[in-house]
Structures are given as C-alpha cells and as structure tokens.
Design a protein around this ligand. Structure first.
Ligand code: COA
Ligand code: AMP
Length: 634
C-alpha cells in the first residue's frame, strides 16, 4: 500500500515544481480547455502578490460540463443526489446537467445578469445548488454561496458586501426533525441589507413552499423552463469565479476571491495527484456547498475532471443511521470519500465496532480523506482499522481552495503519521516561522506560513479589499502568506497543524469567529464585558463558551441573561455557531494593558496546565476562574 518508490515519486514531483514552478503549472494548465491558452504563466507585477495566467481566457462551466459532453461523456452521471432526508436518489448525467445549466444561465441572463455581476446562492444540499453555481460560471457572473446554517444577519452582511444582481434560493432546507424555512430568512436579510437584488429565483421544495414577493421573486422552475439556453461567456483567467465569505477575527466576514484560471488548473491537477480520481470515477464529499470543501470537491474538481460527484443531503448519523456514508459509498461505487473528522467521531460514537460498515461492499473505495479541522490520532486510527484503507488527513483553508499539505495517491503514498496533515503539495513551500519571520529548524513549532507566491487556485485577494488582504495575510511575515495556523514541520517534512493563532475556532468542522460572537454578546444591554473561547469537545472538536460580566445593578436573574445571550447568537449568527453555553463571571482575567487572557481561560476550561502570564493584572482572578471553569470541557 505504501511504497518507498512512491515517496521518491512525490519527492521528484515536488523537486520539479521547486526547480521550475512556472513550467510545472504550464504543464498542469494543459488539462484545461482555454479560449486563449496561457503564454505568460505568472505575472509578479499585478495584484497583492502576483496573478496566475494573466493573458489566458476560458470558461469554467465549459471545462466542467460542455467539454465532457462533447467528448462523449453525455450519458455518464455527473451528479448523483443521494438524499436520505427526503428518501430520494436522482442522477443528472452530463448531458442533462448541460441542459439545466444552459437554461438557468439563460434565465439569469434574461434578468440582466452579465459577466462580472454577483449572484448570491442560498441553498441546501440539492443538485440545483450546483446547477446554480455552474450557471453563474457560464455567464462569467460571480457566485457567492451562503451556508444555510447562517442567520439572516449573516446573509445580509454577505448581500451588502457582494451587492448581487440576483439571488437564487431554495424555499427550505432540511435538518433532522425540522424544516428550515429559508425564505423568511432571505426576506429578512434583504430587508436588513442596504443593497437589494433586482431578481430572486426561488426553488420551491415540497416540504415548505414559500410565498413570493410580487415584482421581485419568481418561481425558479418556471423561469428555467421558459428560458432560452445561454452559451458560455469567455472570461479572463484572472476574472473572479466566486466569492466565498469566511470567518475573520472580527464580525465582518472576509470575501475570499477565487479566479477562473488558477482555480481550474489547480483543482483539475489535484484530482489524480491527491485523491487518485480519474475521469469516469466517483467521488463522494460529505460536506456542504456552503463551505470551501463543497465548492472544490463536491462541485468543481470532480466536474472539471469528468468524474461523478455524489451530493449528499443528510448527516453522518441519524439519517437513518451511522452506516449511511458506507451505504452511499457502496451504492454508488465511490472511489474516494472526503469528510470532516467530526463526522467520523459521530459515527464512531454510534457504531464503535463498525457493525454497520460491515454490511456494505466497500471494495471500490480506495481511501478516505479528512480535513476541515485537526484530526485527533485516535479518530484516524479507528477509521483506518475499520475501513482497512488509507485514511488521509490533509490540511487546507477556505483561502487556499485546495490542500496545502496531504498524502498523494497519484504520487505514491508515503506512510501516514496520524496527527500530521502530510507533506506540502507541489506548489507550496511551507515553513514554521518564529515571531520575527525566520524559518525555524525542523521540529520546532511556530506560525505556519507559505512562501509567496501562493500557487494557482489560492485567493489572489479579498473581494474589493486588497488592503485587508495585505493586512490579514501578508504583513506579519514579509514574503510569506500567514496561515494563522500554528504547527510544526518535522524532520521528514511532515506538517502538523496544532491550533489557530487568531480568534477563529473550528466547531464540528465549521470555521467560526469568537470575535463575531463577542460582538453579539457585547450588544446585549446587560453585558459590561465578555470573552468567547473555544473549549475542547469530544464530538465537535471545539465548542464556544461565552463568559460575561454583567453591568452593575442588573436585576435580572443570571440564568435569564444567559438564555437571552444563547438566543441572541443563534438569531444573529445562526444555529451553526453551536453557541449553547454562556456563564456569568464576576470579573475576567486581563493583562495590565487590559487585554483579556483568552488563552488562559481556554486552558483552565480544558483542564490543561498553564503558566500564570507575567503581564496579568490581578492573578487572584485565576482562582475564581478555576472554581468556575476547571475541566468543564467534554
Ligand atoms: N441549515 C440550517 N441549520 C443547520 C445547518 C444547515 N445547513 N447545518 C447545521 N445546522 C444546525 C444544526 O441543525 C444544529 O442545530 P441545533 O442547535 O438546533 O441542534 C446546529 O446548526 C449545529 O450544527 P452542528 O454543529 O453541525 O451539530 P449537529 O449536532 O447538528 O451535527 C455532526 C453534528 C457531527 C453530525 C455534524 O456537525 C457534521 O456532520 N459535521 C461535519 C461537518 C462538515 O462536513 N464540515 C465541512 C468541512 S469538510
Ligand atoms: P476552513 O477555512 O473552514 O477550511 O478552515 C480552515 C482551518 O481549519 C485551518 O486554518 C485550520 O485551522 C483548520 N484545518 C483544516 N484542515 C485541517 C487539518 N487537516 N488539520 C488541522 N487543522 C485543519
């Protein structure tokens, strides 16, 4: 399974990239159909750190759909929608996908959407979400998909920033035991946003059809059926394909921009190299189209490859049981599966002996890929023992769009080291840096950074915010992209990612900002000051804990305030924040300059040892905190 020859194939490829990065990416670019093939590979003079394929032109939808139909794959499944939430399973062939995407693109065009216009997509895990993304790509319009678990205010912030000409939304999403009516959330978001869309197309789902606002909303199916099909619009490789908002350290999300050319090249290149998936083979990524993993490995990379993607509407457990992922793999002949460690922990908790797994024929499954959060070694080991297949942890971020590190099926696998995210992907020079930005010796922990330029597929900038991009990622270590992850590169080159260096936490594989939650808590009239920290959770990895100091003279019962705070975060950020624990404390530990000692609070709650910070203003507070928080993490 793991060969030393494989290790050297990886080494040779990595060395080839290092020796001639432009040659490496020029070669990878051959797998894409261009309207104008790149003659220049990288332009260091434009953008905050340079741009890939500056003179090339293409259409991403053509590469993901049309060219496969033209090459004879029209009858092959492109998307298999497997929905235990509804009991339905449906297949869209490449030919059928082309038909739908062209018509929906025509409907958008008829409503004034043209190249460069933004379109917000607010959809659950139905194939129409992928159709919507591709229809935008077909027109050269820029989509921005918003995850369904966000509240109206978060959706509004994204609408205000992206200023979409149109919005595509479903009437509802389905969570176990409840139907989430999306339309009231969308209506509230549009009301909150200073920018209003010209058109809204609503996909009516039978579980909760929505009322339409006259003059603005239209029935998606009718609009699509009545439309003239639209052809692909050629765009510059450097034109944006999408904006995906992700948590920053403040309440204002960052609009990660993905360009058309670099994205297509990098994702197509990753499919064989990382996942071992070739045209005609099946990939199942159990994530959500609202996250980067969903953008890259539910929608774009499999389709750019001419592979089949499984789009799954359900949960790892309870829909109907902890064998549902294995059933999907067996039923559809999945070769590579990708999910978050949380999902595996949930399955392990319900089915520790793997009894449900044993019912299914997984002979075609070659490997399971994990990302989205740190994977604790016991989870990876359990999974590898149950599946008796490689379990591959790989590290990436919304910003990068594809793996910074991994273990490469297409380049031969090297022995896994559970707890590590693997070795750098060709394209990334990864190092742990000290505070002064010097490369640390192997084995020492520091801030993980990627030497500029970032490879194709990574964000060239933030949406209309070059300065914020520079401040957030480039200024800390000149010449490097700061990942804001802390970790270590060991002697053999394996990279282990241990924690974030900023206020971002990872809850059930969902990236959330504690700063954004603090802004919500601070807006409560009874709260004087507050801190939100991510504490350890055996299922979700981390969960947020809110600590608040009340204003003097608040007469309300503490429990009542805490209940209100939990409700407020759910209303403003959304259920996905999983904010269920707010506690009142008399004071918060701070430095003499007034900075709340969040890291110390987290360690106390996690039951870890800590050093009393020398800059602490009043160390006696830590005794109170010990009493209130010691070991509350699960
Ligand atoms: N729309 C609306 N609500 C949503 C939602 C969506 N798309 N996704 C999640 N929520 C809600 C959940 O229903 C839950 O609500 P509740 O507080 O009323 O119970 C809340 O948000 C928190 O969700 P989550 O943290 O996901 O917890 P859970 O108990 O519902 O599920 C797991 C736990 C482990 C099954 C689930 O988190 C999971 O599958 N995680 C994998 C995540 C993943 O794939 N991440 C992508 C990166 S690769
Ligand atoms: P997101 O942008 O939602 O993909 O979250 C990115 C963050 O998740 C990273 O910065 C890491 O903190 C964390 N992360 C993702 N994958 C891994 C991994 N394989 N190991 C450790 N942390 C990871």
């Amino acid at each position: 399974m793991h060969s030393s020859a494989g290790t050297s194939r990886y080494d040779a490829t990595y060395a080839a990239w290092q020796a001639d990065p432009e040659g490496y990416w020029a070669e990878a670019a051959r797998r894409i159909d261009w309207d104008r093939a790149p003659e220049r590979i990288f332009d260091a003079s434009s953008g905050p750190y340079g741009r890939w394929f500056p003179d090339a032109r293409l259409n991403t939808c053509h590469n993901a759909v049309d060219r496969h139909v033209a090459a004879g794959r029209g009858g092959q499944p492109a998307i298999i929608w497997d929905s235990p939430m509804t009991g339905r399973c449906e297949t869209l062939t490449y030919a059928a996908l082309l038909g739908r995407v062209s018509k929906l693109a025509g409907a958008l065009r008829a409503r004034g959407v043209a190249a460069g216009d933004r379109v917000v997509i607010y959809m659950p895990m139905v194939p129409d979400a992928a159709v919507a993304m591709l229809a935008c790509a077909r027109l050269g319009a820029v989509h921005s998909v918003v995850f369904g678990g966000f509240a109206a205010a978060e959706l509004a912030a994204r609408i205000a920033d992206a200023r979409p000409k149109a919005i595509l939304a479903a009437s509802c999403g389905l969570e176990p035991g409840r139907v989430i009516a999306y339309k009231p959330l969308l209506d509230a978001a549009i009301a909150l946003s200073p920018h209003k869309p010209d058109a809204v197309l609503v996909l009516q789902r039978e579980q909760a059809p929505a009322g339409l606002v006259a003059g603005r909303d239209e029935d998606w199916a009718e609009a699509e059926a009545a439309a003239e099909p639209a052809e692909c619009v050629s765009v510059a490789a450097t034109d944006p394909l999408y904006i995906l908002y992700t948590s920053g350290t403040t309440g204002k999300p960052k609009g990660v921009v993905r360009d058309n050319g670099g994205h297509a090249v990098a994702l197509r290149n990753s499919m064989a190299m990382l996942y071992g998936v070739e045209p005609g083979e099946v990939m199942f990524t159990a994530s959500d189209v609202g996250w980067v993993v969903g953008h890259s490995y539910i929608v774009y990379a499999p389709l750019l490859t001419g592979a089949t993607t499984v789009l799954f509407e359900g949960k790892p457990v309870g829909t109907p049981d902890a064998g549902t992922f294995w059933r999907v793999c067996a039923r559809h002949g999945v070769k590579a599966m990708f999910t978050a460690p949380t999902a595996i922990r949930a399955i392990k908790r319900e089915d520790p002996e793997g009894r449900l797994l044993a019912h299914h024929d997984l002979s075609r499954l070659e490997a399971l890929f994990l990302a989205g959060e740190r994977c604790d070694p016991p989870t990876a080991e359990w999974c590898a023992a149950m599946l008796r297949k490689p379990v591959i942890d790989h590290w990436w971020q919304t910003e990068t769009g594809w793996a910074i590190t991994g273990n490469f099926r297409g380049l031969g696998l090297f022995p896994p080291r559970f707890g590590s995210g693997g070795k750098p992907s060709p394209g990334y020079d990864v190092a742990a840096l000290d505070e002064a930005g010097h490369r640390l010796p192997r084995g020492q922990s520091g801030t993980l950074a990627v030497k500029l330029p970032l490879p194709p597929g990574c964000l060239p900038t933030l949406w209309q915010a070059d300065d914020r991009f520079r401040e957030s990622y480039l200024e800390a270590f000149p010449g490097w992209y700061n990942t804001s992850d802390a970790g270590v590169v060991d002697e053999a080159g394996y990279v282990s990612v241990m924690s974030r260096t900023d206020d971002i936490i990872n809850v059930a594989g969902h990236r959330l900002s504690t700063g954004a939650m603090e802004e919500v808590l601070a807006s409560h009239p009874d709260v004087a000051e507050c801190a939100v920290v991510g504490i350890r959770d055996s299922l979700k990895g981390q969960v947020p804990l809110g600590l608040v100091v009340l204003k003097a003279g608040v007469a309300k019962a503490e429990e009542a305030v805490c209940r209100e705070l939990v409700g407020l975060v759910r209303d403003r950020i959304g259920p996905v924040a999983a904010f269920k624990d707010a506690r009142v404390v008399p004071r918060l530990p701070k430095t003499r300059s007034g900075k709340i000692l969040r890291a110390t609070l987290r360690k106390i709650a996690d039951g870890e040892d800590y050093v009393v910070p020398p800059t602490i203003d009043d160390a006696t507070i830590l005794g109170d905190m010990e009493g209130a928080l010691r070991g509350i993490a699960r």
